[in-house]
Write a protein that binds this ligand. Structure first.
Ligand code: FAD
Length: 384
């Protein structure tokens, strides 16, 4: 049976990052994904925020042009324009980025098993036996440590008896080649509880790609029907007629906040599997990178020194406290079901103090805390 220091399940942004960084730090790593190629069925718009762009070096060819302008719309399509002097957003070319990260991981020594599903795990005296399935054939590997980077509905979480996501919104979007469209780069967000109950509809246009999507609580709307309706409205906001469609994307976004139990001596969860998504904006890419970086630090220390206390730094409690306000804002957003109430709320947003709040949500630098200074600010933090 093949033996690894760490097996990473899931080759999305979190899994690819963990696998690469662990391998670069001398660990023997296997990365498995049930997809046959990492750029298949991408399920994110891929908007990276300023804080990520400033703190992580993402390769230029994996990013679209800069977006600095946001337009918010009410259910009756009243508009509030926000603009920033900074480079606020860039839409990732996610398939290209995943391939780039995979190549970097392979170069660092990661063994990648595509079209391979994680089935189950059995505890042994020195780690775990993992049951994997590829083309209906079972295979078994041994690992000292297991990472669940397997998305919102994590099988690894179940196998490790860690917490599981319980609250989701559903998003679906179409991506168009918009190089021929004569419109400035802009993120258009529609607050409309009939079109997108509990979240937003969006048009994200960066001058090269246009993403048109809707998101909301799955039990309150039919996402495909809603997107069809929304697509008919799009030409009122951008001259999008006749653009070639590139792909359709969709998926679940966990919005219940960081889960309570995400680490044990056998393994840990990262990214969507850990619920590491901003409950307010539903942005998960920045938390994926920050949490992966922290996961790698604690795992390397744990495996090198056999010190289980190293894993305490990954406990979610201190981080969950930081997410409290955003969780409360999510609850408030979720309760708005009437377009009339949303219209009233939007009228407030156009008043100066509330416009600052909207600016803060879109242009603020708040995210998953990881620097030591930020961690020190979390009650309960214990340095390694
Ligand atoms: C429509 C939509 C739009 C979004 N837009 C944005 C955005 O613009 N900006 C932003 O910040 N966030 C956005 N998000 C959220 C963000 O995309 C996610 O938080 C992030 O991509 C999660 O990455 P991950 O690596 O944790 O999980 P995933 O990307 O879900 O990767 C999980 C991987 O695990 C694999 N897998 C699952 N189960 C198994 C198994 N049993 N065995 C083997 N492999 C398995 C899957 O094939 C997959 O490749 C969006 C989400 C959606 C759904």
């Amino acid at each position: 049976m093949d033996k690894y220091d760490v097996v990473v399940v899931g080759a999305g942004l979190a899994g690819l990052s963990c696998a690469r960084w662990l391998s670069e730090r001398g660990q023997r790593v296997m990365l498995v994904d049930r997809k046959s190629s990492v750029d298949q069925s991408v399920h994110t718009t891929g908007i990276f925020v300023r804080r990520t762009l400033e703190d992580f070096t993402l390769p230029e060819h994996c990013l679209g042009p800069v977006v600095r302008n946001v337009r918010l719309y009410s259910p009756r399509r009243r508009m509030l324009a926000l603009s920033s002097p900074h480079d606020e957003f860039r839409v990732g070319r996610m398939g290209v980025l995943y391939q780039h990260l995979l190549r970097a991981g392979l170069a660092a020594g990661v063994l990648f098993a595509p079209a391979t599903s994680f089935r189950d795990a059995t505890v042994t005296s020195d780690g775990m036996h993992l049951e994997l399935e590829s083309q209906s054939k079972r295979d078994y590997v041994h690992t000292k440590y297991l990472i669940g980077a397997d998305g919102a509905n994590s099988r690894v979480a179940r196998a490790l008896s860690l917490s599981q996501n319980r609250e989701w919104i559903v998003g679906v979007e179409e991506v168009y080649d918009s190089r021929a469209m004569d419109a400035p780069p802009c993120l258009h967000c529609f607050l409309d509880p009939e079109l997108a109950p509990g979240y937003i509809a969006w048009i994200a246009h960066d001058g090269a790609e246009m993403h048109v999507g809707v998101g909301g609580y799955g039990n309150r709307f039919d996402p495909n029907e809603s997107l069809t309706r929304f697509l008919k409205e799009v030409p009122q906001f951008v001259p999008a007629q006749g653009l070639p469609m590139l792909e359709r994307r969709g998926g679940r976004i966990p919005v219940g906040g960081l889960l309570p139990r995400i680490v044990s001596e056998r393994g840990l969860l990262v990214g969507d599997a850990a619920g590491a998504v901003s409950p307010m904006t539903a942005g998960g890419l920045d938390p994926c990178l920050r949490q992966s970086s922290l996961a790698v630090d604690v795992i390397v220390k744990f495996l090198r020194e056999g010190d289980a206390a190293a894993l305490d730094r990954y406990e979610s409690a201190p981080f969950r406290k930081r997410f409290r306000t955003r969780s409360l804002m999510r609850r408030s957003l979720a309760t708005i079901q009437s377009p009339w109430v949303a219209e009233m709320g939007f009228a407030f947003l156009r008043l100066a103090p509330f416009t600052s709040l909207a600016r803060h949500v879109f242009f603020g630098r708040g995210s998953f805390p990881t620097s030591d200074r930020e961690l020190q600010a979390c009650p309960g933090f214990r340095p390694i």
